[in-house]
Design a protein around this ligand. Structure first.
Ligand SMILES: *Cc1c(COP(=O)(O)O)cnc(C)c1O
Length: 390
């Protein structure tokens, strides 16, 4: 088996693949495969691309600070890299805090924007000195008063998530009236109402989602001002998209658009927080996987891989469609692609046109750096792919 995949020239790579993953990333991946003894499945992360993304994000938004949403990919080497580039972190749990403590991230560089936090997390966050938290309920304010006391809070405002492939808004966030009341309540309880946050939904491919969100945030900002609450921070959350199959608007264009919207609506000294997750690591990652089986069932041709829904490709259940590079020069066919486990949910995609690969050959899955291994389990005994920085 190990000899398969050694000859990089067998991979069927076309222009679209280069557009999605960049030529340099694909070249690095092929070089790693041909020289390494690692057995698939594994996740290769292009460090140069992560660096480029970190440097690019936030650039076009004045007075902004970037906090990497750790849940997208909490691999310690990635966190060290991101930390070395000087940006901050957005976290939700004691597990995420403990990795950041391990790499020496300063308290000023950490914020927590999960609107519902555990007592244990709040105590540890307080001990660490974290002072920026999101709330969207009275109960959460009461918890902060009891466990953290002096801290800055933002209220999570509900905004439409229609333009996003991974919507989030139903679980969290409140409407304008309630958001205003929560800011007042927080002040009365001795917390510092500092700002507003929202999340347009992950993988947001419609730039006008930010218009609606910022209009609504502006309304709340003004209303709070009339009640004597002077806000200073606008936390625009995450949502920047990456390319999986279809082209997406580039981050520079999105940020110039957002910057104009903010400039037109908010005071000039407003500080802007950005919490990208997917956009920092997503398109820097390539899964190296192996075809472990093929079958014809009724009219469908099935392809079974050693990475599936449970050990890395969970987002396929929510509709994320990946791009693949196969090691084959045979004619293309239509495939149903499935993972290795015995569970019938473990189907990654349908109607995927790919040259027919032999069992045992490698298959590269592009744009897999975010929300893949961080979601993965060892269900059914299939290993979580190792993350390797290249
Ligand atoms: C998940 C999350 C993010 C990151 O979202 P992306 O779409 O990956 O950029 C940012 N902020 C909060 C509060 C989140 O829950």
């Amino acid at each position: 088996m190990k000899t398969k995949g050694k000859n990089a020239s067998h991979f069927q790579i076309n222009k679209i693949h280069f557009e999605i993953a960049s030529k340099t990333t694909i070249k690095k991946v092929l070089k790693f495969i041909s020289s390494a003894e690692s057995e698939p499945p594994y996740l290769l992360m292009d460090t140069a691309k992560i660096k480029r993304k970190v440097r690019a994000i936030g650039k076009k938004i004045k007075n902004s600070k970037v906090f990497y949403a750790v849940k997208a990919n909490p691999d310690i080497e990635i966190l060290k890299l991101v930390h070395s580039l000087g940006i901050g972190f957005e976290i939700a749990s004691e597990g995420e805090l403990s990795i950041l403590a391990g790499i020496g991230a300063a308290k000023e560089h950490i914020i927590s924007s999960n609107p519902v936090k555990s007592y244990r997390f709040l105590s540890l966050a307080r001990d660490y000195g974290i002072s920026h938290f999101t709330i969207d309920s009275k109960d959460e304010i009461d918890k902060l008063v009891e466990y953290v006391r002096q801290c800055n809070i933002y209220v999570r405002l509900s905004v439409p998530n229609e333009g996003s492939e991974w919507p989030l808004s139903k679980k969290f966030a409140v409407e304008l009236d309630e958001a205003e009341e929560l800011l007042i309540y927080a002040r009365r309880k001795g917390l510092k109402p500092h700002g507003i946050t929202f999340h347009v939904g992950s993988q947001c491919t419609n730039i006008y989602s930010w218009n609606t969100a910022l209009d609504k945030a502006k309304t709340l900002w003004t209303r709070a001002g009339k009640r004597g609450i002077k806000l200073s921070i606008l936390n625009i959350g995450g949502g920047y998209p990456i390319r999986y199959t279809k082209n997406v608007v580039d981050i520079g264009t999105i940020e110039s658009h957002i910057d104009t919207l903010i400039y037109d609506r908010f005071p000039k000294n407003t500080r802007v927080f950005i919490e990208p997750g997917r956009a920092i690591v997503g398109d820097a990652g390539v899964f190296v996987s192996r075809v472990i089986g093929k079958a014809k069932r009724a009219d469908e041709q099935w392809l079974y891989l050693d990475v599936g829904v449970f050990n890395g490709l969970m987002e396929s259940l929510g509709g994320i469609k990946y791009s693949y590079i196969v090691e084959s020069s045979k004619p293309p066919r239509k495939w149903t692609i499935a993972g290795p486990s015995c569970d019938s949910f473990d189907v990654i995609d349908k109607d995927v046109i790919l040259p027919e690969p032999d069992v045992g050959t490698l298959i590269l899955i592009l744009s897999c750096g975010a929300y893949t291994v961080s979601y993965a389990s060892e269900f059914n005994g299939f290993s979580i792919p190792q993350t390797i920085l290249i």
